[in-house]
Design a protein around this ligand. Structure first.
Ligand code: 4AD
Ligand code: MG
Length: 481
C-alpha cells in the first residue's frame, strides 16, 4: 500500500518525510488549505496547496466530498490546533463531488437532517466518533466474554417461537399473501409455507441460548433481534442488537454481578480505546448544553458520567421497595406522573424508572423480583410473600438518561412449574417441546440477561436518539437504505 493513514501521520514526528494520503475533502479554504479526512481518526490533516503553481481547473475540483490522493512533505504546522501538515507536491482527484449536489456542506448540520441522509452521515465527525465507539464496545463485549471462557453461540434469526411471549414478531413467509392457501377453517395454511410452518424473525436468542448453556455452562449470543412493537420513541428500534449471556448454575445474585461487571468493563474499555472520539462527543454535548438554561444543564460532563458509573456500585432494590419509594415520591404525591403509582403490580413506565435512577438514587439501579404477571413465562418463581403476592426472580438494570438497559432473570428450572405457567399464559406445550427438554434432562439452576446494545451505545456516546447510534435504523414506517 502506497499511502499512510492520517491517524498515523498526525502522531508522526518525521518532518521532511515524503508522504501520500488518500481521503475525502472536508473543506477547502482560500484556494490553499485542504482539510482531508480518511476515516482513520475524527481529525483531519491539513494539506497546503501551492495554488500559484496549480492549474485552476484542478483547484476547482477540490470540493467538499471529493476523494483525492495527495503527495507531499510532512512539515510542522504553524496553524493553531494541529501539529503537522502536508506541503503538497502532487495532487490527483480520484472521485469528483459536485458541490451543488453534495448534501453535506462544510457547516454544522442538524442530527434530524443527517438522519435523512443516513447513507452519507458516516462522513461527519460526529458519526465517525459514534461508530468508532460502537465498534470499540462490540469488541469489548467479545473480549470480556472470551477472557472469561464463555462460548459465543450463534442463534437463529428465523425461528418458529416467540421467546418473549409478547407477540411482537415480524412474520417470515414466502406465501403469496394476496392468494394464500387456506385451511378448512379458512385460516392461512402455513403448512404450505417454506418451512412447513409459521415462522418469524427472532425477538431474542435466549431460548436457544439456554439449550447451549445446559451443555457448555457459560455462553453468550450477540446478534440482531427484531421487534414489531409500534413504539415510535427515541429508545426503540424494530431491529436492534442484543447481547445475551446465559449461565448454568448461576443464581440471580451471580447474574447481577456479571451484568454489572460487563457494563463497567465495556464502558472502561471504550474510554481507553476511543479517547479522542469520546472527548469530541463530550465537547459536542457541552456545546449543545450552552443553549439550555443553567438549571437544566447536567452537573457532570460525558466523561465524568462514564467514570461515575465505572466507580460506583449499582443500587440493588426490589420492585416492592421501588413501588414504596415511588408512591411516596413528590411527583406521585403532586400528581405529576402521567401514570400514578397507587397499587402494587403495575408495570413501571419510563417516567418512574427515570425518577428512580435520576432523582432518587442518582446512579444505575438493578430492580429485582417483579410481579409475576408482568414478566415473561420462563422466569423463576419466588415463594409468595406474606400478603400472598407472587413475584419472579427478574432483574432489570436502569440507567440514567436511558431507562431500561438490561432485562434478565434466573430461569424457572422446575418442569412442572414452567408447564403450569405456560398453560396460564397460553403457550402451547407442543411448540416448545425442544425447549422443555432442558428441564426434562438434567435441569439445573441457570440465569441470563439481555443488554440492548444500542442503548449501551447511546449511554456511552451521550447521544439521545437511538436512530443516531445504529448505522441504518429501522423504525415504524422507516426502512430506507
Ligand atoms: O427486556 P427484554 O425484552 O429481554 C429479553 O429479550 C430477554 N430474552 C433477555 C434475556 O434474558 N436473555 O430485552 C432486553 C433488552 C432491554 O433491556 C433493552 O435494553 C433492549 O433489549 N431492547 C430494545 N432496544 C432497542 N429497541 C427495542 N425495541 C428494544 N427492546 C428491548
Ligand atoms: Mg425488558
Amino acid at each position: 500500500m502506497e499511502h499512510t493513514r492520517i491517524k498515523e501521520l498526525l502522531q508522526s514526528e518525521k518532518f521532511g518525510k515524503e508522504v501520500i494520503v488518500k481521503g475525502w475533502v472536508r473543506t477547502f479554504r482560500n484556494n490553499q488549505f485542504i482539510a482531508i479526512n480518511d476515516g482513520s481518526t475524527i481529525h483531519n490533516i491539513q494539506a497546503v496547496v501551492d495554488f500559484e503553481n496549480t492549474e485552476e481547473s484542478l483547484l476547482k475540483r477540490i470540493t467538499t466530498g471529493a476523494s483525492l490522493r495527495v503527495q507531499g512533505t510532512l512539515v510542522e504546522s504553524l496553524g493553531k490546533g494541529q501539529r503537522v501538515e502536508i506541503k503538497v507536491t502532487g495532487l490527483t482527484i480520484l472521485g469528483d463531488s459536485d458541490p451543488e449536489k453534495f448534501p453535506l456542506q462544510p457547516k454544522k448540520h442538524s442530527l434530524e437532517f443527517l438522519r435523512e441522509i443516513a447513507h452519507l452521515r458516516f462522513r461527519t465527525g460526529t458519526f465517525n466518533a459514534i461508530f468508532k465507539v460502537r465498534n470499540a464496545l462490540a469488541f469489548a463485549v467479545h473480549k470480556f466474554f472470551n477472557d472469561r471462557d464463555f462460548v459465543y453461540m450463534h442463534t437463529p434469526i428465523i425461528t418458529g417461537s416467540d421467546a418473549e411471549g409478547a407477540g411482537e414478531m415480524f412474520r417470515v413467509t414466502t406465501l403469496d399473501l394476496n392468494n394464500p392457501p387456506r385451511t378448512e377453517s379458512g385460516d392461512i395454511d402455513f403448512r404450505e409455507d417454506f418451512f412447513g410452518k409459521s415462522t418469524n424473525l427472532t425477538v431474542s436468542g435466549q431460548l436457544e441460548g439456554e439449550l447451549a448453556a445446559m451443555a457448555f455452562g457459560n455462553i453468550y449470543t450477540f446478534g440482531p433481534t427484531f421487534r414489531a412493537e409500534n413504539s415510535n420513541t427515541t429508545r426503540h428500534l424494530a431491529e436492534f442488537w442484543m447481547i445475551e449471556p446465559e449461565m448454568a448454575f448461576y443464581e440471580l445474585e451471580d447474574n447481577m454481578d456479571l451484568a454489572e461487571e460487563l457494563l463497567k468493563y465495556v464502558i472502561k474499555y471504550a474510554l481507553e480505546a476511543c479517547p479522542d472520539e469520546i472527548e469530541f462527543l463530550k465537547n459536542r454535548l457541552l456545546e449543545e448544553e450552552k443553549s439550555k438554561p443553567q438549571n437544566e444543564r447536567s452537573e457532570l460532563n460525558l466523561i465524568e458520567k462514564l467514570n461515575f458509573v465505572i466507580d460506583n456500585q449499582f443500587e440493588r432494590v426490589t420492585y416492592t421497595d421501588a413501588i414504596e419509594i415511588l408512591k411516596r415520591s413528590k411527583p406521585n404525591q403532586k400528581r405529576q406522573f402521567k401514570y400514578l403509582i397507587d397499587d402494587w403490580g403495575a408495570d413501571l413506565q419510563s417516567e418512574h424508572e427515570r425518577y428512580l435512577v435520576e432523582k432518587h438514587f442518582k446512579k444505575p439501579v438493578i430492580l429485582t423480583d417483579y410481579p409475576r404477571e408482568i414478566k415473561s413465562f420462563y422466569m423463576k418463581q419466588n415463594a409468595p410473600d406474606a400478603q400472598g403476592r407472587q413475584t419472579v426472580r427478574a432483574m432489570d438494570i436502569l440507567f440514567p438518561g436511558i431507562g431500561e438497559m438490561v432485562g434478565g432473570s434466573q430461569r424457572e428450572e422446575d418442569l412442572e412449574k414452567l408447564l403450569t405457567r405456560m398453560t396460564e399464559v397460553g403457550i402451547p406445550e407442543e411448540e416448545m417441546d425442544w425447549f422443555l427438554d432442558t428441564r426434562r434432562f438434567g435441569s439445573a439452576p441457570h440465569s441470563g440477561f439481555g443488554v440492548g446494545f444500542e442503548r449501551l451505545v447511546l449511554f456511552v456516546t451521550g447521544m439521545t436518539n437511538i436512530r443516531d447510534v445504529i448505522p441504518f435504523p429501522r423504525t415504524p414506517k422507516n426502512a430506507e437504505f
